[in-house]
Design a protein around this ligand. Structure first.
Ligand code: C2O
Ligand code: CU
Ligand code: CU
Length: 429
C-alpha cells in the first residue's frame, strides 16, 4: 500500500529546559516542548495520520500522552504501554485521529513536576462539519505555584502534605503560558474558543464578566445542541469549546474563574486570567446551527451495571492519607471484552471532588446521583462530586491492550488514585 502523504502530518517535539517569561517580571526555568509553553499546536483533519517524533533533552525520562485520542494502546504514551524515553533518546508516535475535537498532549511521567513546569500543548482535530466561525482561539489554562524567586519548590513537610492532599494550586495564573494577557478581538465577530484545563488541581469555573456564551463541544467533540450559559466548570483535563461574540466596539471584559469549593483546605477564589478588548468592527461569515450533530445513546439510564468502581480517600499510617481506587493504590482492574457494552457505576465516597479520566475511550454519562444528565455528550474526563455516583456507558472497540483510568488531579494520580486494565478479545476464551 502506498503512503498517502497528503493525509499524514509530521511533527517534532523536543522536550527540554528553557527560560520562559510568564510576564515582564517573572522568568521561570520551564520544562516544555520546542522552547515554548504551551508546546506547538498540533493540527490535523479527522481521519488523518499524525507522526510525531518526540526527542528528550531533559535530564530525566519522559513519555507523552495524547489525552482524548482513540489510538492504539501502544501509542497511548504511558509507562504502562511503552518504555519511557530516556535522556538523549527519541520515540516516534504514529496514529490516526478518528474524531474531531479539542484534545491535548502532556507528559505522563513525573507529572506533578513535568506538567507543572509546562510540558503540554494542544492537539486540534478539524472536520468539515465544524460550525463556521470568524476566528478560532485556543486557551490553555494553567496555574503555577512559584516561590518569591520564581522557582518551583515543593516546600517543607507540611506544604508537601497539603499538596498531596489538596493538589497543587498556584497564584501565577496563565493562559497559553502568559500572565495577565490581553486578548484583542474585533467587534461583530463570532469566535470559537477552545478551553483546555491543564492545571494540576485547579477547578476552572469559566466566566466572562457575566456575558452569555454558548457551549458547542466538550471532550469528545460537538454536542447535539448549543447550550447557552453564563458559566461553565472545566476540571483538570477537561475541554469545553464555546462560541463567544459578537461583541460591541469598546467593550472590555475578563476571562475569569468563579470560586469553586472542591472541599479541600484551599480557599475558593474568584480569579482573573486575561482581559478581552473589543476593537473596530469587521464583517462576519459565521454560521452556528442550533443542532450540531446527532449523538446515539449507548444505553438507557436504567441499563444494568456491569462493574463498580470506587474512588475513596482514607487515613493511612504510612502517608497520613491514601487516595484509592477499589480500596487500593495503583491498582489493577479486571479486563473488559472487545465489543461488550460497559455500564460502570463510578462512585466517589470521599468528601472532596475528583475528575475521573479514562484513557483512549469516550464514555457517555447516563445517570448522576439517580438523575439523567441535562444533555448527551462524549466525555473522557468527568467530575465526581463528593459522595456521588455516576453511571457511565462505553464500548471497548477493537483496540486490545493495556489502558488506564485515574483522577486527573495530578497529585492524587501520583498518590495512587488510578487503575490499569486490559481490553481483550473475549472470543479467544
Ligand atoms: Cu491527561 Cu493519564 O491523562
Ligand atoms: Cu488521557
Ligand atoms: Cu482526586
Amino acid at each position: 500500500m502506498q503512503l498517502d502523504t497528503t493525509s499524514t502530518k509530521y511533527y517534532q517535539l523536543t522536550a527540554s529546559e528553557f527560560n520562559w517569561e510568564v510576564s515582564d517580571e517573572k522568568t521561570i526555568k520551564a520544562w516544555g516542548f520546542n522552547n515554548s509553553i504551551p508546546g506547538p499546536v498540533l493540527r490535523a483533519k479527522k481521519g488523518e495520520t499524525l507522526v510525531i517524533k518526540v526527542k528528550n533533552h531533559l535530564n530525566e525520562p519522559t513519555v507523552v500522552h495524547w489525552h482524548g485520542i482513540r489510538l492504539p494502546s501502544s501509542m497511548d504514551g504511558t509507562d504502562d504501554t511503552q518504555k519511557p524515553i530516556v535522556p538523549g533518546e527519541e520515540f516516534e508516535y504514529k496514529f490516526v485521529v478518528p474524531d474531531a475535537g479539542t484534545f491535548w498532549y502532556h507528559s505522563h511521567q513525573n507529572e506533578t513536576e513535568q506538567m507543572e513546569k509546562g510540558m503540554y500543548g494542544a492537539l486540534i482535530v478539524e472536520d468539515e462539519t465544524d460550525p463556521v466561525t470568524d476566528t478560532e482561539r485556543i486557551f490553555m489554562i494553567d496555574d503555577m505555584r512559584l516561590t518569591a524567586d520564581n522557582e518551583f519548590k515543593k516546600g517543607n513537610f507540611f506544604a508537601r502534605w497539603f499538596e498531596r492532599h489538596d493538589g497543587r494550586e498556584g497564584d501565577t495564573l496563565l493562559i497559553n503560558g502568559k500572565e495577565n494577557s490581553i486578548v484583542n478581538i474585533h467587534a461583530g465577530q463570532t469566535e470559537r474558543w477552545r478551553f483546555i484545563n491543564t492545571s494540576s488541581a485547579k477547578y476552572f469555573r469559566l466566566y466572562l464578566s457575566g456575558k452569555p456564551f454558548k457551549i458547542i463541544a466538550t471532550d469528545g467533540g460537538l454536542l447535539e445542541k448549543t447550550q447557552q450559559v453564563t458559566e461553565a466548570l472545566i476540571t483538570p483535563g477537561e475541554r469545553i469549546d464555546i462560541i463567544a461574540g459578537p461583541f460591541t466596539q469598546g467593550e472590555t471584559f475578563a476571562i475569569e474563574s468563579l470560586p469553586y469549593n472542591r472541599m479541600t483546605s484551599i480557599k475558593p477564589k474568584h480569579q482573573q486570567y486575561a482581559t478581552v478588548k473589543v476593537g473596530a468592527a469587521k464583517s462576519s461569515v459565521a454560521f452556528i446551527p442550533e443542532n450540531l450533530r446527532k449523538i446515539e445513546a449507548l444505553a438507557p439510564q436504567d441499563a444494568p451495571v456491569t462493574r463498580k468502581v470506587k474512588f475513596s480517600v482514607v487515613a493511612s499510617w504510612k502517608h497520613g492519607i491514601d487516595f484509592l481506587v477499589n480500596n487500593d493504590v495503583h491498582t489493577a482492574d479486571k479486563p473488559v471484552n472487545i465489543g461488550e457494552l460497559q455500564i460502570w457505576e463510578v462512585s466517589n465516597t470521599s468528601l472532596m471532588d475528583h475528575p475521573f479520566h479514562s484513557h483512549g475511550f469516550f464514555f457517555q454519562v447516563i445517570e448522576e446521583n439517580g438523575k439523567a444528565p441535562a444533555y448527551k455528550a462524549w466525555k473522557d474526563t468527568y467530575n465526581l462530586k463528593p459522595r456521588s455516583k455516576v453511571k457511565i456507558a462505553w464500548i471497548p472497540d477493537n483496540r486490545p491492550g493495556r489502558w488506564m483510568y485515574h483522577c486527573h488531579i495530578l497529585e492524587h494520580h501520583e498518590a495512587g488514585m488510578m487503575a490499569h486494565f486490559e481490553v481483550v478479545d473475549g472470543s479467544n476464551y
